[in-house]
Design a binder for this molecule. Sequence first.
Ligand SMILES: NC(=O)c1ccc[n+]([C@@H]2O[C@H](COP(=O)([O-])OP(=O)(O)OC[C@H]3O[C@@H](n4cnc5c(N)ncnc54)[C@H](O)[C@@H]3O)[C@@H](O)[C@H]2O)c1
Length: 401
Amino acid sequence: MKVCVIGQGYVGLTISAFASAENQVIGFDSNKVIVDQLNQGISHIEGISSSSIQEAIKRGTYKASFNPQDIASSEVVVIAVPTPLTLERKPDLKFIESACRSIAENLTSPALIINESTSFPGTLRNLIKPLIDKLSPRALDHFYAISPERVDPGRTDWDQTNTPRLFAGLTREATDRTKNFYSSFCNNLIEVSSPEVAEAAKLFENTFRQVNIALVNEFAQISHALGIPVTETLDAANTKPYGFMKFTPSAGVGGHCIPVDPTYLAYLAAEKGVPATFIERANEVNLEMPRYVVSRVKADNGGSLEGKKVQVIGVSYKPNVADVRETPAALVIKELKLFGAEVTWHDDLVKEWRGESSSKLGGSEISIVVTRHQILGDKEILDSASYVFDTTGTVDGATKL
Ligand SMILES: NC(=O)c1ccc[n+]([C@@H]2O[C@H](COP(=O)([O-])OP(=O)(O)OC[C@H]3O[C@@H](n4cnc5c(N)ncnc54)[C@H](O)[C@@H]3O)[C@@H](O)[C@H]2O)c1
């Protein structure tokens, strides 16, 4: 099949890499730098190797493009563009809208259009389809479907072939075509009764994580106040073979999904006049964690951080990836500076961030581990400062959250 994937980021490039094994894929992106890099065979995301891009280019089954006219004769178009929040923390669908414009203006024959971007229920039916139909200069009967993405960048045990994939079309024909497309690289397809079920399931999956992360973060604070080690307590609770799922405390949540997706659900709930209290409270608890972390470090260091050299270790939002979107490390650093600390950061994967370079590990009085990449051993971390505060619960011998 001739496939065009709109957006070549974490989701779009992953789909392109898997789909190009059996299909002809154009990876369309509005960022020319990314397109040029990809056409040189350089991958910019974890989990998709440069060699796999090079092989697909060599086979002639993958090409990145900056030219919307390359969408023209696609049989399948996959939308994988960002769905962030506006400054007022409302759903920002401008990238989906601009993708719809490119699709509408350039498709020359009926195609299957699948949205993989995360958004609230009704986005496919009430926004994507009407917009493409309205903006299209030709009267084309496209097929519309949704298949929310579940990729976990950096993860190898669950990938596009075995992660169960939800899907549903607006019509029977759209659903069948969607199944046919994903069967070319995914062997675990789950049809649901409507696009809205798939859209809502995706939001609930991430809301479930957000709320449970907040719960365990609050529990960590309670445990500390009670003088009970939270890591051991959670391990103990986790011996229950049913009815319990272990989440671990942290400096907060980051990335494009957990801090954002639940707010899409809360937005829709508010529109319907239904409270989304768990989502709102979980947001508050998670956003409060950096302040709590710094208060603990301050208390352990004579009650003042004024003029103290502090190094934040790991500034990406999760282990083993270089993604710094919405990272809680930013809030930890901000809080440390408010208390007069001299802050540096070290991250072997991020290297450059906010115009600064990663500093050499060590050389400070205090280290705070916000994110733990596999490449850093316990000893290197413990040797980095005389006091090491570990928010990840993984550094043996450090002061734990
Ligand atoms: N990153 C994840 O782990 C993950 C997991 C599941 C779902 N999602 C969802 O998938 C969607 C995409 O996320 P991502 O992480 O891949 O984003 P990303 O920022 O990594 O990549 C998006 C790409 O789309 C491009 N783009 C934006 N507007 C465009 C347009 N109109 N035309 C062409 N290209 C355009 C950008 O230049 C960028 O390269 C979001 O809705 C996100 O919530 C992400």
